[in-house]
Design a protein. Structure first.
Ligand code: X5A
Ligand code: ZN
Length: 674
């Protein structure tokens, strides 16, 4: 199951023919630089190249009016003067004699990509297209867009394949109002968009781009807008919105298909967006969506006007679709106040529709909000970008480094009589281990010094994580006699090396020796049904679900609301996932967890499972090998008691862990201190 790439040079063959400062950024080179970067990096070669086709009239009419189609159809025959005149009736768009042809190819590309994914020819893919689509409406071209490529693809997917639920994620920096209008009253399409808004001062200046446009009639709750009221949003702001609103709702929605309006004008250096998120953020945004819908994801290019930033962002997206390990996102700052305010507003607008948000705080009151807006200007260390300052095109950022690709994806350490899961490499050597390390191992972890089986297992584990540190192996799994001892052994070894940080995720009940968590070289997140509130510290975070880890909605709530934000902020060099015996965690949830943890430490995850639970080996290995986790069933509401306790914990922890914040002021966040 591969990744499709759609591109055709024909879509570079139209351009602006007159002077228009608004439209001059939408150039043919946007496509050529993106494609060349994919070719140069070897990514294009690794994709399955899918040819473009023209969308048919019937297909275009799935979204657009006959009247509009007929009008656009005439543009190839118009004179320059006629084209200019024709253009004038629409906003921020231009026509060219060849744009109709290209617009049919752009929409057709989205459809062909969708066909390839739906028929199982490929797992996922990206279409590099011009013109973009998300601003075009039933009756109108707009914002460089002629036909709404993604909206047409969504209607087509419903009609041709009977797809029941479609998630559209629009990470372009502009509001895709065309998509919003198309599906406003349709509960089968969940549309999410974040966009530069600046309290309606930014194009397209629509009241309905604000957070309170949640959809209409049956579609109420199925339109999510997160307006950015300031420029300069960073990786943290984007991640915070993914963790605290998009992902919980998306998992609750449980889509059969994910479409991405993949605009890269939301990246640093873009003259339209003026945001500060770096190109490697798109690797993460992509990855975080790849375990929905069984991995069926189609990304279709929208905006992106800084050619350097655009090409880098496209490469990050495609490389992630191909399944390569993710880059580490270091130096994440705290999300800014304005971003959290937008998040808080959007969450409160949606809490009545989504049980995953029903505990969300109120929006800041208008009084607080204006106060906050003023305060924010002062408090926010982030400098305002002023008119006279350097233009975003002159912004410099380091080129994302080449991503690692260990020759071995998954290795396993298993007792001799256990069959190694397919595709996994059995790790049988414990060569070149430092004798000092070995004697320390013996001393600390072997009750019986002559227990040679346990000793071999531990030395294999240590060699395995050393190979991970050297990027020779990406991830691993081990079946051990006692997960707690094995965990201690791995932690002691890897935390000894300078610069290492281990994120330990323990699933299920059991006691974790507290001495491992003092120095910040490990962060332990322990999900269980035991209330270990008293033991909590900055680096030991007990998350309790009364009904245990088998409570799927509670577990998912914890994964997005706590584990992902903590993991991103901690930025570990290794993830250790420990499955305590009898944890009760459901298979699907276990696989989602493993998939999502690949976001950290460049995919360096070691999974520890106890010998009597060897039945879980195969599905663990499958996910470590990069197969998408199966979709979870539609989720119920998590238990109120659990959620309230977790919110109290959030309020305590958010001073230390800024990505946990979901409200602008801790006091206004609903649950009180005691
Ligand atoms: C697709 C896209 C932007 C239009 C900006 C007009 N359009 N001012 O990014
Ligand atoms: Zn855009």
């Amino acid at each position: 199951m591969g990744t499709a790439l759609i591109y055709d040079v024909e879509m570079t063959r139209y351009k602006l023919l007159w002077v228009d400062p608004v439209c001059k950024i939408e150039v043919p080179e946007r496509l050529t630089v993106s494609h060349e970067a994919l070719v140069r990096s070897g990514l294009a070669d690794r994709c399955i190249s899918v040819p473009v086709r023209e969308a048919t009239e019937v297909e275009i009419l799935l979204v657009h009016s006959e009247e509009y189609l007929e009008a656009v159809k005439k543009t190839p025959y118009m004179t320059l003067e006629d084209l200019k005149e024709f253009t004038l009736q629409y906003g921020d768009v231009y026509f060219h004699p060849n744009i109709y042809h290209c617009a049919k190819l752009a929409a057709g590309s989205a459809l062909h990509l969708l066909d390839s994914v739906m028929t199982g020819k490929v797992r996922n893919g990206m279409a590099l297209v011009r013109p973009p689509g998300h601003h075009s409406m039933h009756n109108a071209a707009n914002g460089f867009c002629v036909f709404n490529n993604v909206a047409i693809a969504a209607r087509y997917a419903k009609q041709k394949y009977g797809v029941k639920r479609i998630l559209i994620v629009d990470w372009d920096v502009h509001h895709g109002q065309g998509v919003q209008y198309c599906f406003e009253d349709d509960p089968s399409v969940l549309y999410f968009s974040w966009h530069r808004y600046e309290h309606q001062k930014f194009w397209p200046n629509l009241r309905e781009s604000d957070y309170d446009s949640v959809g209409k009639d049956n579609g109420a709750g199925f339109n999510i807008n997160v307006p950015w009221n300031k420029v300069g949003m960073t990786n943290s702001d984007y991640l915070s919105v993914f963790c605290h609103i998009l992902l919980p709702v998306a998992y609750e929605f449980c889509p059969d298909l994910v479409l991405v309006c993949a605009g890269f004008d939301s990246a640093i250096g873009d003259p339209e967006g003026k945001m500060c998120a770096t190109p490697d953020i798109f690797a993460h945004l992509t990855h975080l969506l790849m375990n929905l819908a069984g991995g069926k994801l189609c990304a279709v290019l929208e905006g992106g006007y800084n050619l350097t930033s655009l090409a880098q962002s496209v490469c990050q997206t495609v490389q992630t679709l191909l399944g390569d390990p993710l880059p580490r996102l270091s130096n994440l700052s705290a999300p800014c106040i304005s971003a959290i305010e937008s998040l808080q507003c959007a969450r409160s607008a949606h809490r009545r529709y989504w049980s995953s948000l029903n505990h969300a705080a109120d929006a800041p009151t208008s009084e607080i909000s204006t106060k906050r807006a003023k305060l924010a200007e002062k408090e926010d260390e982030r400098p305002e970008i002023e008119e006279e300052e350097k233009s975003p095109e002159e912004e410099v950022w380091p080129e994302p480094p080449k991503r690692i690709s260990p020759t071995i994806r998954s290795a396993s350490v298993l007792p001799d009589d256990v069959v190694c899961p397919e595709g996994c490499q059995r790790y049988s050597s414990s060569e070149d281990l430092n004798p000092l390390v070995l004697s320390k191992l013996k001393e600390n972890f072997l009750e019986d010094v002559d227990d040679s089986d346990a000793f071999t297992a531990f030395s294999k584990l240590i060699t395995l994580i050393e190979k991970m540190a050297k990027d020779e192996i990406c991830n691993g799994l081990a079946l051990v006699r006692n997960v707690t001892t094995a965990m201690m052994c791995v932690i002691q070894h890897s935390a000894a090396a300078p610069g290492n940080r281990v994120l330990v995720v323990c699933v299920g009940n059991g006691t974790i020796p507290s001495r491992i968590t003092k120095d910040g070289k490990t962060l332990v997140v322990h999900i269980s049904s035991e209330d270990r509130w008293e033991e909590r510290s900055k680096y030991y975070i007990p998350l309790c679900l009364k009904k245990g880890c088998g409570d799927t909605s509670g577990f998912v709530h914890i994964v997005f609301g706590f584990l992902l934000p903590l993991g991103y902020e901690y930025d570990p060099s290794l993830v250790l996932l420990v499955r305590m015996p009898d944890s009760g965690v459901c298979d699907g949830v276990w696989q989602q967890l493993i998939g999502l943890l690949q976001s950290f430490a460049q995919g360096h995850t070691l999974v520890l499972i106890q010998e009597e639970e060897k039945a879980f080996l195969d599905l663990t290995a499958s996910t470590l090998l990069g197969n998408p986790a199966p979709p979870l069933e539609q989720l119920q509401a998590p238990f109120t008691d659990d959620v309230e306790a977790l919110e109290r914990l959030r309020h305590r922890l958010q001073a230390d862990w800024k990505l946990l914040q979901t409200t602008v002021s801790p006091e206004s966040g609903g649950a009180d201190e005691c």
